[in-house]
Each structure stands twice: as C-alpha cells, then as structure tokens.
Design a protein around this ligand. Structure first.
Ligand code: F0G
Length: 456
C-alpha cells in the first residue's frame, strides 16, 4: 500500500521558533514545570490539544468573508442551521461559543439537584457542569476499557449492564438524560459502535429517558465504525453519521474539534418544550438565538467545516496519521493505550516510569521530560488532573496516569510526527533518569491548569 499522504497542500505558513535544550530548561523553570504556563512561541510541536487548533481551509476562510453579521436572523445562521439539521436531523439547533456553553445550558435546563447522569465517560467540563447543578456524574465505560493494552475495537462503548442497573436504581425520575461521548476522550479517544449506541438508545428510550450525544468527535467515530464494525464498510461516513445522530434526541457539540474551526459549538434537541427553556438561557448568557455568542463568520466556518470533516480522504488521513505516531511508539517498545484512538496517542506514564510512585506525578514528569528533550508539548491526564487530597492533604492514587499527545487537525506533516517519535525514542532511552515532581502551590479546584511544581 502507498503512503497515505496529507490530502491538502500548504497555502499559508506559520513559522516555528527553534529552541535549544538549555533554553527549554529555562522555559520549564519559568513555567514552574506546568506546561499550560509555557508560551506557544516557545513550543516546537504543540500536542496539548486538538481543540480549536485546526488549520482552516481556503473554503472556510472564504466563507468567513461572506459572514452576515446581523444581530438577528443572519443569513449565516440559516446556513449553519441547514447544514446541521441535514446532518443530524435534530429539530432545534442553538449556536454556542463552545462545547461547555452547550453543556451548561443542557444541564441547566434538564438537571435538578439529586439527579444522576450516566455517560460512557464524562469529559471534565461535562462532569463539572453536571455537578454544578447538583447532579451526580456517573461514568459507565465498558469493561474492556480498563485494560490499557487490550487491542479491542470500540473500547469507548458504554457498559449496558451498568446502565440497566443505574436505571433500575434511580428510575426515569432521577435520570434526566443519558449521555454518550463520541469518541470517548477521557477513555483515550476510543470509538463507540453503532450497535452499542443503538442498544443504549433502545434501553433508555424504553424507560422514557432521552439520549444526548457529546458529539465533539462524531466524524472520527463514524469513520471508525466504517472501518471496524460489521456490515458498515460499504456505507458512506455521512450516512453512518446521520444514523448516529438519528438514534438520539439531541447533542452538545464542541465545534473546535470535528467542525475544524478555532471557536464555536452548538446545542441541539428534538424536544420543543426543552428547546424553549434552552433558548431563554442562551439569550441570558450567550447571545440571541441566531448567533449564541459567535460572529456570523464563525457560523459560516462551522457550516463549511462540517462538510469538509466528512470527506473520507480527510478521515482516512486523519486516523492514519494518529495511528502512525502510535505505531512508531509501539515499535520502540513504549507503553501506550491501545488501540490508538482518533485524535491522540496516550502514553502510559506508569509503564514508562515505573520507578515513580503515583504521587511523584509520573505523567507530569514524563510530559516535562518530553518538552525538555524536544520542545514537544503534551498534557498529563492522571494524578495531577484527577487526584484529590483528603483532610490531611494526602492523595490516593487515581486509576491511571496518562500523557495525551493530541494531534491538531491538518496542522502537522509526517516529518513533524517523525520528529516527535525521535524525541520519544530519546526520552525512552533515558527514562531511568527522569525525576518525579512535587506540587509547591495549587488552587482549590482544577489544579492542573495553574499549579506549580518543583523537581523532587
Ligand atoms: N466534550 C468533549 C468530549 C471534549 O473533548 C471537550 C473539550 C468538550 C466537551 C468541551 O468543549 O472545549 O469547546 O468547551 N476538550 C478539549 C480537549 C478541551 O483538550 O480535549 P469546549
């Protein structure tokens, strides 16, 4: 088989500033070893997130010029609405400035204190929004997802038995909705199968409970279904995506992922009564119902991006390029979460640095070592992000320590990824030398964004 090439040409470039290892030592010290505090100009390859970091196409920039900036009922809104309605089939579509704004409105309308929200795995802002309205966020990932190394497809699936038990225990009255995150970001960018989504939907609907998607990476999920699910290979990704949406009653969407834009999102529902309440909240905090905190040009870029993301040449390249990095790391013997997900490669930091205990923050230590070696920025998803102190200030180890290397869409070339693999090879060779970290300062909540570290 021939190399799967980037299905685009470069039209505009952004220079990368090269740094030396000693400069990076200083950059790290100045940032107190928190990679969120490093200036983007000081990063060679930025794999912190795939969110809002996509390169837009010429067609998207062209569409932005066409943006209608009227306050109410702008032409751009109707293009946005038409595109999303055709794709999803949902009746009511509300623009929001990003995914979490959609989450806040969804749970603000449907969540009541004491209720329970099941999800295959809540993304952290989703969990925070569920908890903010006094509900309990329950993660129900399938059993296979707990084994990092198991090469099983659809590790993003929801645990159906767990959902059955949750419904039996709490009932329709206390479960306002079931949420399914596609692909499952917290679980490693793993896809959910159509069969699983169908079963979740049938089960929830048989109890009168609506199902909402967290659709941030719906196109990547749909392409995994085409590649891996029985009977799906001959269908177009668009057809599969349409079915995914039509199995459910609404969605939240961070357009910063699979709509290939730098900002934006939407909230959708089929429920008229719920939509009225959502629109009221939208006006209160985001903006009028036809712009929701976005400019007309943003709505244009999203509409265009949603067309481009379903292009199968793009998706083939997208999943292949993530898999390419994963395969190189596996060949080096580096432990990663398997199989490789859609948007990122997740390193198993405990497997990588077995000499560090969980409270020496192996994920953070590894992310720091990778930056020091090659200026590559990744993000810890482990003890720093999820660890909680008890009254005595002691932390219990969390389930796993991962480092996410997220691949921005259409931004880096194969030689950039080859460079990342070379950096990783070097860090792997010197892994015994990697030191742990101590937290010298932390805020009361969401510490991973701003806490400071010392080398242990
Ligand atoms: N849902 C999922 C699955 C996400 O991955 C994110 C964001 C959100 C919701 C929230 O969307 O950022 O537009 O408000 N994930 C980013 C990441 C931040 O790095 O994975 P948002």
């Amino acid at each position: 088989m021939k190399t799967i090439i980037e299905p685009f040409r470069v039209k505009m470039v952004e220079p990368i500033r090269m740094t030396t290892r000693s400069e990076r030592e200083e950059i790290l010290r100045d940032a107190r070893y928190n990679l969120f505090a490093i200036r983007s100009e000081d990063v060679l390859i930025d794999l912190l997130t795939d969110s809002g970091t996509s390169a837009m196409s010429a067609a998207q920039w062209g569409a932005m010029i066409q943006g209608d900036e009227a306050y109410a009922c702008a032409r751009s809104f109707f293009r946005f609405e038409r595109t999303i309605r055709e794709l999803t089939g949902y009746r009511h579509i509300l623009p929001t400035h990003q995914g979490r704004a959609a989450e806040r409105i969804l749970f603000g309308v449907l969540g009541k204190p004491g209720m329970v929200v099941p999800n295959n795995s809540h993304f952290d802002t989703t969990r925070a929004n569920v908890e903010h309205v006094g509900c309990r966020a329950v993660d129900l990932p399938c059993a296979e997802s707990h084994d990092l190394a198991a090469e099983v497809p659809f590790k993003g699936n929801m645990d159906l038995e767990g959902l059955k038990r949750a419904i039996g225990e709490h009932g329709r009255e206390r479960i306002p909705l079931v949420m399914v995150t596609i692909t499952n970001n917290s679980g490693g960018g793993q896809p959910v199968s159509l069969a699983n989504l169908r079963a979740v939907s049938e089960l929830a609907h048989s109890h009168g409970i609506p199902v909402y998607l967290d659709a941030a990476r719906f196109a990547e999920n749909a392409y995994f279904i085409k590649l891996q699910e029985e009977g799906q290979a001959a269908r177009s990704v668009r057809e599969i995506a349409k079915e995914i949406f039509r199995l459910t009653d609404g969605c939240t969407m961070s357009a910063k992922k699979d709509a290939l834009v730098n900002i934006g999102g939407f909230l959708a529902t089929n429920d008229e009564e719920v939509a009225v309440k959502m629109r009221n909240l939208l006006i209160l905090t985001e903006g009028f119902t036809t712009y929701g905190g976005l400019a007309g040009r943003d709505l244009e870029a999203i509409a265009q991006g949603l067309e481009e993301v379903l292009d199968e040449d793009y998706l083939r390249y997208r999943l292949a390029s993530t898999r390419y990095l994963g395969r190189k790391l596996v060949e080096l013997g580096i432990p990663i979460l398997r199989p490789v997900g859609g948007h990122a490669v997740y390193l198993d930091a405990r497997g990588f640095l077995p000499h560090l205990s969980a409270v020496a923050y192996p994920g953070q230590a590894l992310a720091v070592a990778i930056f020091r070696e090659g200026g590559v920025r990744s993000v810890e998803v482990g003890q720093v992000m999820f660890g909680r102190r008890d009254a005595a200030g002691v932390e219990a180890p969390v389930e796993r320590d991962l480092v996410r290397m997220a691949i921005p869409r259409r931004v880096y070339t194969q030689s950039h990824v080859d460079y990342v693999a070379e950096v990783m090879e070097e860090v792997w060779k010197q892994r015994a030398e990697v030191k742990g970290l101590r937290i010298s300062w932390e805020p009361p909540a969401l510490r991973h964004f701003t806490c400071r570290f010392d080398l242990a």
